[in-house]
Write a protein of this length. Structure first.
Length: 150
């Protein structure tokens, strides 16, 4: 199965996943704009970004697949207009004139433009397991609470 391994370190217990083009409107916002639940839910439900509470700070490892997971805990539709997705620490979310550069680890990867479905789960050893699947589904979500991975 085709996959990419990754690791990143977060001091906000957050995994952030988004196309680098969709949060350009947040470039001048404060570094922690995405910590506000209303802003987080707005971008999540618009399909612009997924912010996933991992439960604790630290270094996370995992695998990114390009096929559906057998038992995902979370499933999110995301827009991918530029074809360059960031997957990594919440601290690298677009803000304060900065864009993600993987200084805390993570991945910047090219994927087909359009819509994708992000699936998230944990492997038996606790590592993260993510999938990005090209999708023609409508890019929107209807979450009422921020995302949390158990």
């Amino acid at each position: 199965m085709h996959h990419r391994l990754f690791h990143f370190t977060t001091d906000t217990a957050t995994l952030s996943v988004f196309d680098v083009g969709v949060l350009k409107h947040r470039i001048a916002d404060s570094a922690d704009w995405w910590c506000l639940h209303a802003d987080q839910l707005h971008e999540l439900n618009c399909g612009n970004a997924a912010f996933i509470d991992l439960g604790s700070d630290g270094t996370y490892s995992g695998a990114l697949r390009f096929a559906q997971l057998s038992e995902p805990q979370l499933r999110v539709r995301l827009a991918c207009p530029t074809g360059l997705m960031f997957l990594g620490a919440g601290e690298e979310t677009t803000s304060e004139g900065m864009e993600p550069d993987c200084t805390r680890g993570g991945l910047l990867l090219e994927v087909p433009r359009g819509g994708v479905v992000l699936e998230v789960g944990r492997q038996p050893n606790g590592d993260l397991l993510l999938a990005l699947i090209q999708s023609s589904e409508r890019v929107s979500n209807q979450f009422t609470e921020p995302l949390r991975l158990k």
